[in-house]
Design a protein around this ligand. Structure first.
Ligand SMILES: *Cc1c(COP(=O)(O)O)cnc(C)c1O
Ligand SMILES: [Zn+2]
Length: 413
């Protein structure tokens, strides 16, 4: 399309042609897709976007593919929900949920990044795709890869939630459960990626994969009536989503889709795995790796690849970070469900619980607009709620038995 200049090292700025590579040969910095924003500005407009199908490819000028979209033609364009019930409880005026519990086909924001990664893998001519996953990526590569006709090798920590394992297995990928945590899996996968000519979506295809996260940010701006919110709260695992949400906001400004941009970006993590939040709160540049111990398994990356850049975005935009305990995560999942009717996975609990702390501490102001990113569906992490919900009322199949229970329910109200 002529909109893509190539790959560019985030550290030394050295440029590379578009290939399945991800690290600078000279300084080992990560590579990122570079665009020609001048040419895109002349080619993109609100009207043009609005006329397109409601999926993530409506922003294709700012996505790193050469030809037509090939994977994820029904992914993206999830609801932005005005959360007035929740806002009332939290004491703020204007609160929105970006509801990625309902992305097609696997109910987490990972369907966005995988749509781009697998389209790019097709363009590169790969026949096999692979990933190192904390759960949702396994699910998404398994599903998108099945539909697109790829052979699939999926690597996960063996301690993953049972429901996420079944959810991946049903698509019949080669699922490899590694004895170790995500960081062990990722290290092993880097070795495998060097040896086998596969498209590892979050290793050698990572620069393209990561761009898919921008579509969440583009949608937020479009759905707010073409304006950026005052605040956005983003959950962090590797930190990639957070950096790309900010990149998407800047790009819409740089190509003239929006005029003003003063959004503060906030990071949310579980206390049991909070290397990014800890660095931000302690005012450090260096991310200190940790050993994850949290029910928020989808966010359990102890050595986050983009942690440094995520912390930088938070600092540069005037945001902050919070981290929350497992009980706080569970309470927030239940609060979101009973106020807004949205069942989020543990990562959603992390994001909401962190937002509550940010409001209480005054970092997020009550009269500002705030978008919180709910990135995955609670049906996939039901075991986190085991013992934390009420039980059904058991009755005999008789009216009398029901009315006995009804009396008790009324008494309890
Ligand atoms: C992977 C994941 C994230 C965070 O992703 P990063 O880009 O690695 O920070 C957030 N929420 C959910 C549900 C995820 O699966
Ligand atoms: Zn470099």
């Amino acid at each position: 399309m002529g909109h893509i200049k190539g790959l560019k090292c985030r550290e030394c700025g050295r440029e590379y042609a578009i290939e399945p590579i991800y690290v600078c040969e000279f300084c080992f910095g990560p590579l990122e897709v570079a665009y020609d924003y001048k040419s895109i500005a002349g080619d993109i407009s609100r009207k043009k976007i609005e006329k397109r199908d409601k999926n993530l490819w409506r922003y294709r000028e700012l996505l790193p593919i050469d030809g037509e979209p090939q994977v994820g033609l029904d992914s993206g364009f999830t609801p932005l929900i005005r959360a007035d019930n929740l806002a009332r409880v939290l004491g703020v005026d204007e609160l929105y949920l970006k509801d990625d519990t309902v992305v097609h086909p696997t109910l987490s924001f990972k369907d966005r990044v995988v749509a781009i990664a697998l389209t790019k893998a097709k363009e590169f001519g790969f026949d096999t795709v692979a990933c190192a996953s904390t759960g949702n990526l396994a699910h998404s590569v398994s599903a998108h890869g099945a539909k697109a006709g790829f052979k699939r090798f999926i690597f996960i920590p063996s301690t993953l939630e049972a429901s996420k394992i079944v959810a991946s297995l049903v698509y019949e990928p080669n699922l490899i459960a590694v004895d170790g945590n995500y960081d062990d899996v990722n290290r092993l996968c880097s070795e495998i990626a060097n040896k086998y000519k596969w498209a590892f979506v979050n290793i050698n295809i990572r620069p393209f994969y990561a761009e898919g996260s921008k579509t969440l940010g583009f949608e937020v701006i479009e759905q707010l009536g073409w304006k950026a919110p005052d605040n956005v709260v983003v959950p962090c695992a590797s930190g990639s989503l957070l950096t790309k949400v900010w990149k998407s906001f800047k790009e819409f400004r740089d190509v003239g889709i929006i005029k003003d941009l003063s959004t503060k970006v906030f990071a949310a993590q579980a206390t049991g795995c909070s290397p990014i939040a800890a660095a931000i709160k302690q005012g450090r540049d260096v991310i200190r790796p940790v050993k994850p111990d949290t029910i928020a398994k989808s966010l359990a990356i102890g050595n986050p690849a983009d942690g440094f850049y995520a912390a930088q975005v938070v600092r540069d935009t005037g945001g902050y970070a919070e981290d929350v305990s497992d009980p706080e995560i569970i309470d927030a999942i239940k609060l979101l469900a009973r106020t807004e009717g949205v069942f989020a996975e543990t990562a959603g609990g992390v994001t909401l619980a962190s937002t509550i702390k940010l409001i209480q501490s005054g970092r997020i102001k009550r009269d500002e607009s705030t978008v919180i990113c709910i990135t995955g569906n609670g049906l996939k992490t039901q075991e986190a709620l085991q013992g934390h919900t009420s039980s059904p009322h058991h009755i005999k199949p008789s009216l009398a038995s029901f009315e006995e229970v009804l009396e008790n329910i009324k008494k309890g109200e």
